[in-house]
Design a protein around this ligand. Sequence first.
Ligand SMILES: [Zn+2]
Length: 295
Amino acid sequence: MAKYSIWVMEYAYMPKAPVSAIVYGAHNQGVRKMPYGYVLIKGPGCLAMVDVGYNHKDFGETLARKFDVAGWQPPEVVLAEAGVRPEDVQHVFLTHAHFDHAGATDAFPNAKFYIQEREISKWIWAMALDKRFHWLQGATDPGDIMRIVDLARQGRLVAVDGDREDVLPGIDIRAAHDSHTWGCQFITIRNDGRRESADTWVMAGDLVYSYDNLRGVTPGDPQYVPIGLAMVSQENLLFATDHMMNTVGGDYRRVVPTHDEEVRDVFPSRITKTGLRISEIALADGEPSLVSGGG
Ligand SMILES: [Zn+2]
């Protein structure tokens, strides 16, 4: 019944991310590994991704050093584990423009990119502010924004204003404005193709970093807790979280936080020869597994 196969492909990681960055207010609670990943979606005659990671050169490398990112591998190495070449990817949904999500657009020469129009315009606005406001750009490479603008010049950018349904059959864009960033969006995959789907997956981008943001940290007392980083509004992060949870009927395991190592406990996964993880969220009918029978 499943139309799309969905994998989270880890491409780098922060060995020691402060827990307070992952769960708002969790001060003095140590560090956790925080994977950096993107999502590969394979359907009938169709290859798509959610986010593309960053390019470990120029200012992308500078930001990676600032955040102590380790283990980076380029898309051609990461995607080869799925038998995919970057030039084969046709559609890319950019959840937002932070460097670790939208920094490798130039590695995908044939893809069409979908981003919220508000995400582009507000980053340009932020870049034009006085340097005393530089905190807003803490995880952003201005070069990435310029590359996204250039995609428009090449006719390969779709600037979306709000929600858009069936961008690909069964795949919807949902806006979550003024939350983690100004123009965040999340991606839903209705994998049975039905409008009232019983098999929906949500690709959350950075609206949540961890399952802890979806269920809280107190057993028996589920509640939403925002991530530690909102450029705009913690309140809007909570309502975006509620929107995502309602989309999947309240089952937090159907909201996929690519930054959470715990994804390995929820889905089948394996470690590749480069030490990075592949997690198999869904498998289309007839598609061979990338994780079973492997290493
Ligand atoms: Zn982000």
